[in-house]
Design a protein around this ligand. Structure first.
Ligand code: SRM
Ligand code: SF4
Length: 559
């Protein structure tokens, strides 16, 4: 509606003529001359949870030898609420070993990614996941993505119910096309447009990616205000009453493009689930249809829901939504958020079950010199006595362990140094995260997950110099302003600008309700450490009692 057909971005046409996201994927996969797939198919393959990438570390060497880039694929699973059974972990471990780099990466949206899968291994990988009851449908692309939810069963007796909502919303918003089964799983079926008719996505899908997150206050571990649609569980007297709806969150911006900006989601109303879930599902669905019909399809940089909400204005957006749902939203209900952190180590929930949260630096599960994380996870899974829950802070909770089984799990964690590894990480390290960035991310301007660990060691040194080593400061790094590590929602945020250079942002809060702000531009490591040295010195001198660094920076260091 909002965009003239002639102005449509090229991806709109690719989607429209794709025959339910099939394009020429089958032909691309058969072509043995190249490790790549056809250009239009690179857009479509995302809807199947896959990205074509190349090893950026090896571009020059390959170019010098006149070889094509070293192409491979990243596959991202759809794991609503971030849950795997032990059997599914064993399967994932084996698939990672057979087909990918072997590192299992927990993402900032509590799912798993495997990197470095060559083209001929893509179908075997999807097939093996399918046999384990797992899929990657709509994990990327212009559709609703993996639905995230508070991960820790400790958070509330209502945790299981909220987790079920994540699962149901994810299923409810899946595209109707069978192309995933057809292309990857050899389901021999002729494309039938009528049979695959999709009232929600039609043949144009959404203008852009769409993200939904649920949160159980008081822990905002899923960063609910970063979502296109945030659902905040309202719990009164230990009963779930319904959800506040928050729309238009999104963290990306483009250096030098003032039209783009990060934005926190705005709460627009409350929907009760006391009598039935009908209204909730209707509201969620129609928020997507408003975005489908009013979102910008000409400029993908301005196509997320946040821009649609701001262009329409909140009142017009709400009125359009209510017209479509046929009911008015109730007034937003009160709640309190206090933290976003994971509870490392052992915890016991109201069910009596035990959970161990493992510190996984930047979500990379691999065997490290300090701890054989990957071996330990496999052995835990092989006992069949713990589930795997991934957090939006890129950690894993070995969960739902009975009192009788706890000692056996602990023995494995001790044997492979997982407990000392988790306990030895400094407070700053435990609360930090970074996006993937180099070498696989084509958009990275600077390093992130490969660099943050060593930078943290140096920042720990600066903190110790000021006697601040016991401060819990949330540090996040992204290799470009797309914000995959949610660095604009941290107390100290690094945003890559060029190799070895970062913007330094300060002033986010503990609960994820305030964006940080640009403090100093384009710093190298020496300048970062110098600026932080000065800022920590001022913090030590002038902080208020109990004040966190982010709040101090916001109060005193930013204009
Ligand atoms: Fe992201 C694109 C990795 C969470 C905003 N993101 C990418 C790509 C796929 C690069 C690309 O387009 O080719 C990265 C792949 C790197 C690699 O090699 O794996 C990538 N994003 C990630 C992950 C793996 C980071 C991580 O280290 O955990 C996260 C996967 C989440 C998942 O499981 O689905 C990831 N990305 C996020 C988040 C955080 C969140 O959702 O909580 C954001 C900011 C929130 C938001 O969406 O506003 C985010 N990613 C982006 C954007 C900017 C979107 C925009 O509005 O402009 C892009 C670029 C794009 O879409 O054009 C992007
Ligand atoms: Fe890549 Fe940028 Fe996302 Fe990091 S923030 S993974 S560099 S797109």
């Amino acid at each position: 509606m909002s965009t003239e057909k002639k102005n449509l971005s090229p991806i709109e046409k690719i989607k429209e003529v794709s025959q339910g996201l099939r394009g020429t994927l089958k032909e691309s996969l058969k072509d043995e001359i190249t490790g790549a797939i056809r250009e239009d198919d690179t857009a479509l393959v995302k809807f199947h949870g896959m990205y074509m990438q190349d090893d950026r570390d090896r571009r020059e060497e390959r170019a010098a030898k006149k070889l094509e880039r070293l192409y491979s694929f990243m596959i991202r699973l759809r794991l609503p609420g971030g849950f795997l059974t032990p059997e599914q972990w064993v399967a994932t471990h084996n698939i990672a070993g057979d087909n990918s780099t072997g590192v299992i990466k927990i993402t900032t949206r509590q799912t798993l990614q495997l990197h470095g899968i060559v083209k001929s291994k893509t179908k075997p990988t999807i097939k093996a996941f399918n046999q384990a009851g797992l899929d990657s449908i709509a994990a990327c692309g212009d559709v609703n993505r993996n639905v995230v939810a508070s991960a820790n069963p400790l958070e509330s007796p209502l945790h299981e119910r909220i987790f079920q909502y994540a699962d149901r919303i994810s299923e409810y918003l899946l595209p109707k096309t069978r192309s995933y089964y057809d292309v990857w799983l050899d389901e021999e079926k002729i494309y039938d447009k009528v049979e695959e008719e999709d009232p929600l996505y039609q043949d144009r899908y959404l203008p852009r990616k769409f993200k939904i997150g649920l949160v159980i206050p008081p822990n905002n571990d899923s960063d609910v205000f970063a979502q296109d649609l945030g659902l905040i569980a309202i719990i009164e007297n230990n009963e779930l009453k319904g959800f506040n709806l928050a729309v238009g969150g999104g963290l990306s911006f483009t250096h030098g493009n003032a039209e783009t900006y990060p934005r926190l989601a705005t709460e627009i109303g409350f929907v009760s689930t006391e009598e039935s879930d009908e209204k909730l599902f209707k509201a969620v669905y129609e928020i997507l249809t408003v975005q489908r019909d009013f979102g910008n399809r000409a400029d993908r940089k301005l196509a997320r829901l946040k821009y649609t909400v701001d262009n329409m204005g909140l009142d017009v957006f709400r009125a359009e939504l209510e017209k479509r749902t046929g009911f008015a939203l109730e007034a937003v209900r009160p709640y309190t958020l206090t933290t976003r952190k994971d509870h490392y180590g052992w915890t016991q929930s109201n069910t009596g079950r035990w959970h161990y949260t493992v510190f996984v630096e930047n979500g990379r599960i691999t065997d490290l010199p300090s701890a054989a994380l990957k071996t330990a996870m496999l052995e835990v899974a092989q006992t069949g006595k713990a589930n795997f829950r991934f957090t939006c802070n890129q950690n894993v909770i070995l969960s739902d362990i009975t009192a009788e089984d706890k000692a056996a799990i602990e023995e494995i964690l001790v044997k492979h140094q997982v407990i000392p590894h988790t306990e030895a990480a400094s407070l700053v390290r435990q609360n930090a995260m970074a996006c993937v960035a180099l070498p696989t991310c084509p958009l990275a301007l600077a390093e992130a997950q490969r660099y943050l660990p060593e930078l943290i060691t140096k920042i720990d040194g600066v903190l110790a110099h000021h006697g601040l080593q016991d401060e819990e400061i949330i540090i996040r790094m992204t290799g470009c302003p797309n914000g995959c590590g949610r660095s604009v929602l941290s107390e100290i945020g690094f945003v890559g600008t060029a190799p070895g250079h970062y913007n330094l942002n300060l002033g986010g809060d503990e609960q994820g309700q305030r964006l940080n702000k640009l403090y100093k531009e384009n710093l190298d490591e020496a300048a970062i450490l110098q600026e932080l040295d000065i800022a920590f010195g001022a913090f030590k001198q002038n902080r208020l009692a109990g004040e966190r660094f982010g709040d101090f920076a916001y109060r005193t260091l930013l204009n």
